[in-house]
Design a protein around this ligand. Structure first.
Ligand SMILES: [Zn+2]
Length: 166
């Protein structure tokens, strides 16, 4: 079998292949088919780039949320001197900051974990006093939606990467 190279990814391909095994490039397609394939591949790449940027923004949201929890910790300490509450808020802050920090490495895992922390936190607020959950409910919904959307986008991006080996 004579060896050729794929003109898109430069991987070695055998002459009998219709599509490059590495990237899926239509090796024996017409010029038009090749151009369409390159266009689509470029779009997939930019979708993956955008998803990474969104994870970057979500990371900042998680840092801001962690900052608010530190503020909560300070407030409960000043108001009630309640060490248990202080520890609780600081733990939530530490988890959010950690998951935010790690999110670019494994977006699906760490955005999911951050979402669990926020939902758990809201659930505890609700148990403590339903009024606490309803105050700023729109913000809370917006945060959950943003995390869910980032997660959905990260899963799509992951699937694209896997399927097209990008
Ligand atoms: Zn290729």
């Amino acid at each position: 079998m004579e060896e050729n190279i794929c003109s898109y990814c430069k991987a070695g391909v055998s002459q009998v292949e219709v599509h490059c095994e590495n990237c899926g490039f239509p090796l024996i397609g017409t010029e038009k088919e090749k151009a369409i394939w390159i266009g689509r591949q470029t779009m997939r790449k930019s979708k993956i780039d955008n998803s990474a940027k969104m994870v970057g923004k979500t990371r900042i949201i998680l840092y801001v949320l962690a900052g608010f929890q530190v503020l909560n910790a300070i407030l409960v300490y000043v108001k009630f001197s309640s060490i248990i509450d202080v520890v609780f808020y600081l733990v939530v802050a530490a988890l959010l900051a950690t998951f935010g920090y790690l999110s670019p490495k494994k977006p699906i895992l760490f955005v999911s974990l951050a979402l669990c922390v926020m939902l758990g936190y809201y659930f505890l607020l609700y148990l403590a006093d339903p009024i606490l959950l309803y105050s700023g409910i729109l913000w809370k919904c917006a945060i959950v939606m943003a995390l869910l959307y980032t997660l959905y986008d990260a899963i799509e991006s992951h699937n694209l990467k896997k399927k097209y080996k990008l």
